[in-house]
Design a protein around this ligand. Structure first.
Ligand code: NAD
Length: 273
């Protein structure tokens, strides 16, 4: 019997050349880091997220300078229909979708008895339901093409909890369940679905929660960083958007095909405890 091998002509600096990627929430932080890594790896990308038009124009020009095609779709992923349209628009425009990264997310920190109901609803809509709607829209084309890479940016909070983050922890655990289910459903069609579970990464999302956490726990800024955020991370440093981008490129690339339904922690050892 011939054992299967993964054929590569030669290691290439552009492992995603010719691929079309949709990266949600890629105007900032981790999503932007992944978009940059994808562009460097040769993928054409549909960027999405909020931001001032001038900033987004600069950002897309900057990424296009890496020699790939970049377009921007302003879909508000709080809305189910817009999330599905982000994907169908990309397919209409490019005739394909090879890689889908569900990254857009928000956070709110408060004790559960004070947790605003509208914040709970918004976090479920963006951090969990949007991923369902984009995947649901992308899967038929990926299956038909016999290739697809879905990467959900979950969190260490998909694996463990922290106090005062009820909505976020619930949504991220949900994303991991969604990831495993899609992985099983699409495994025979050349489609993989995995969750990256970062610990703390220095981005505007983390910056915003420092103040909320300080208020909820009665601490100052330095104490929040040292005693709350990095207390959980044995490495005592933030993960970087470049590290996350490199992992996403690997999952989407030619050697990522057997990683499926996995929760890949990039948390400096946090969830090993
Ligand atoms: P960020 O605030 O820097 O970026 C969030 C992105 O989502 C932005 O591009 C923003 O414009 C976009 N976005 C927000 N609302 C949107 C909407 N309604 N429709 C479309 N896009 C919208 O945050 P980040 O830290 O880069 O987080 C990205 C993802 O990584 C999130 O899912 C977050 O939960 C996850 N994560 C972050 C960390 C961390 O420490 N930063 C750790 C674990 C997981």
């Amino acid at each position: 019997m011939d054992y299967p091998t993964t054929k590569m002509t030669a290691p290439t600096a552009k492992p995603l050349s010719g691929r079309l990627a949709v990266v949600t929430g890629s105007t900032s932080g981790i999503g932007l880091g992944i978009a940059r890594a994808f562009a460097e790896a040769g993928a054409n990308i549909v960027i999405n997220g909020l931001g001032a038009p001038g900033d987004i124009e600069r950002l897309t020009e900057d990424l296009a300078g890496l020699g790939v095609e970049i377009s921007f779709d302003p879909a508000n992923l709080m809305l189910a229909e817009s999330a599905a349209k982000l994907v169908s628009n990309a397919i209409d425009r490019h005739g394909r979708i090879d890689i889908l990264v569900n990254n857009a997310g928000i956070q709110h920190v408060a004790p559960i008895e004070e947790f605003p109901v509208e914040k709970w609803d918004a976090i479920q809509a963006l951090n969990l339901a949007a991923a369902f709607h984009t995947i649901r829209a992308a899967i038929p084309d990926m299956k038909a093409a016999g290739f697809g890479r879905i990467i959900n940016i979950a969190s260490a909070h998909a694996l463990v909890a922290s106090p005062y983050k009820s909505a976020y922890v619930a949504a991220k655990h949900g994303v991991l369940g969604l990831t495993k289910t899609v992985a099983l459903e699409a495994a025979r069609d050349g489609v993989t679905c995995n969750a990256i579970c970062p610990g703390y990464v220095w981005t505007p999302l983390v910056e915003a929660q420092i103040e909320d956490t300080a208020r909820a726990r009665g601490l100052d800024r330095a104490q929040v960083i040292e005693d709350v955020l990095l207390a959980a991370q044995p490495s005592k440093r933030f993960a970087t958007v470049e590290e996350l981008g490199a992992l996403a490129v690997f999952l989407a690339g030619p050697f990522g095909g057997s990683i499926n339904g996995a929760a890949i922690a990039m948390d400096g050892g946090w969830t090993a405890q």
